[in-house]
Design a protein around this ligand. Structure first.
Ligand code: CTP
Length: 421
């Protein structure tokens, strides 16, 4: 095992773990996304404390924010209780970053002009910590010269901006002004904590992801296939791309849409998948999430007909093991090779054995028994098996599993580069 491998398997802390985020929820319709944002930040081990503006309280209740963050939700600048428990100065300083989401045109204007007429704006003015905003407003308000001038002012003061995106706006108009989606905000925070504010933490790295099933033709109309929707693999490709990696996704036949910003190579059989993966090398990161069919059939050129006699016998031959091939020692071996283990029994024990057998660095073990609902479902309960042991993750949406894994990967490479510098 070379030095890079040792560092990467050392189990570094995820990028957002124990980070203290002061979330300021201002008065826009996108405030309804705040609960999901808090939930996802906490899933990643971040501590979240909220300030809710008067306008924000029209869209989301302080009780919701308090119960999801596990902390009091602060609202009032002149509340005796709030000020004696936690003065606004302390509130603004006891954070690693202040995140304004949604940031309305109004709060951006107040920030740009140094106004401090409520708790949120006072905390923003009193802070000595970095600030990130996720703007959200009507397209005309966003493109208005006043807002654009305020944005410029904020940018010159090093305020980080995430989004906004284009799309349908709550007001019925279409265009720029839609608050960045929660995963984008999380990715922006991860980038920030990876100390690479203008680039993703994985931006210098190439990643290869396999996803979906393979289909092994028996004749022109029939095939042998595995159950796999490609949801998990596609989500991993998307999450790695969000953190800046240059991602090639080699996918078997699926109905999932191609993730944004990812190069997709479509294949049908295991042998084609193997070739496409080799063509995508070199890469520093490999994640094999495909459910590859273990056997290929001797393909008949014409459709096999029922002739009233015995059922035909299929002659099968073993397919190449893509993960084991990519993980083999050699000059092209990626620095971090991650496999999946689809198991129906003895999950963790089988996964540990599989990790060793296939020589991969990390193995994500998931229960695919009928009862688990993993195949085709939106959620997944996984265990991350590394050289250090087994980490059991809570049941998460496949997208959240993907984001968490991508952040672990980013943290591993960040940790490695810090060790090398
Ligand atoms: N895999 C692969 N190529 C194959 C078979 C599996 O790349 N021909 C990869 C999968 O993408 C996954 C890992 O190997 O990352 C484990 O897949 P799994 O189906 O759990 O294991 P198998 O190797 O098929 O072993 P078994 O059927 O004995 O459980």
């Amino acid at each position: 095992m070379n030095t890079i491998m040792r560092d990467l398997t050392a189990g570094p802390t995820p990028l957002l773990e124990n980070k203290r985020i002061l979330l300021i929820v201002a008065g826009g319709i996108a405030a309804v996304k705040a609960p999901d944002l808090i939930r996802r930040l906490r899933e990643r081990g971040a501590q979240v404390r909220c300030i809710l503006t008067k306008g924000g309280a029209n869209f989301v209740t302080p009780l919701t924010l308090a119960s999801l963050s596990g902390e009091k939700c602060y609202q009032d600048l002149f509340s005796l209780t709030d000020e004696s428990e936690m003065g606004h100065i302390r509130l603004s300083r006891e954070a690693d970053i202040l995140l304004v989401a949604p940031a309305t045109a109004d709060i951006m204007a107040k920030m740009a002009h140094g106004m401090a007429d409520d708790l949120a704006t006072t905390a923003l003015l009193a802070t000595d910590k970095p600030v990130m905003i996720a703007p959200s407003m009507n397209v005309m308000m966003w493109t208005h010269p006043a807002t654009q001038a305020n944005l410029q002012t904020l940018q010159t003061r090093d305020v980080r901006i995430v989004g906004p995106g284009a799309g349908d706006l709550a007001c019925g108009e279409v265009g720029d002004g839609r608050m960045a989606e929660v995963p984008e905000i999380i990715a922006a925070l991860a980038r920030f904590f990876a100390k690479a504010p203008n680039r993703g933490p994985l931006s210098s790295l190439k990643a290869l992801v396999t996803s979906g099933p393979t289909h092994e033709p028996i004749d022109p109309v029939r095939y042998i296939g595995n159950r796999s929707s490609g949801k998990q693999g596609h989500a991993i490709a998307a999450a790695l791309a969000e953190l800046g990696a240059d991602v090639t996704l080699v996918s078997g036949p699926v109905t999932e849409a191609d993730p944004d910003g990812v190069k997709v190579v479509r294949v049908e059989t295991a042998k084609q998948m193997m070739k496409a993966c080799k063509d995508a090398l070199p890469a520093q990161i490999v994640v094999c999430a495909a459910a590859v069919a273990d056997w290929a059939a001797d393909t008949r050129e014409a459709k096999i007909k029922k002739d009233g006699g015995a059922a035909p016998t299929l002659k099968l031959s073993e397919n190449p093991d893509i993960l084991a091939t990519l993980a083999q020692k050699g000059p092209l071996r990626p620095d971090l090779v991650i496999g999946f283990a689809a198991e129906t029994e003895n999950l963790v024990e089988n996964a540990k054995a599989k990790r060793a057998r296939k020589n991969c660095d990390w193995l994500v073990a998931n229960d695919v028994s009928q009862m688990s609902g993993t195949f085709g479902g939106d959620s997944n309960t996984v265990h991350l098996v590394t050289a250090d042991g087994v980490e059991s993750w809570p049941t998460l949406k496949k997208r959240a599993v993907a984001e968490r894994l991508a952040e672990r990967i980013a943290a591993a490479f960040n940790h490695q580069s810090q060790h090398q510098s």
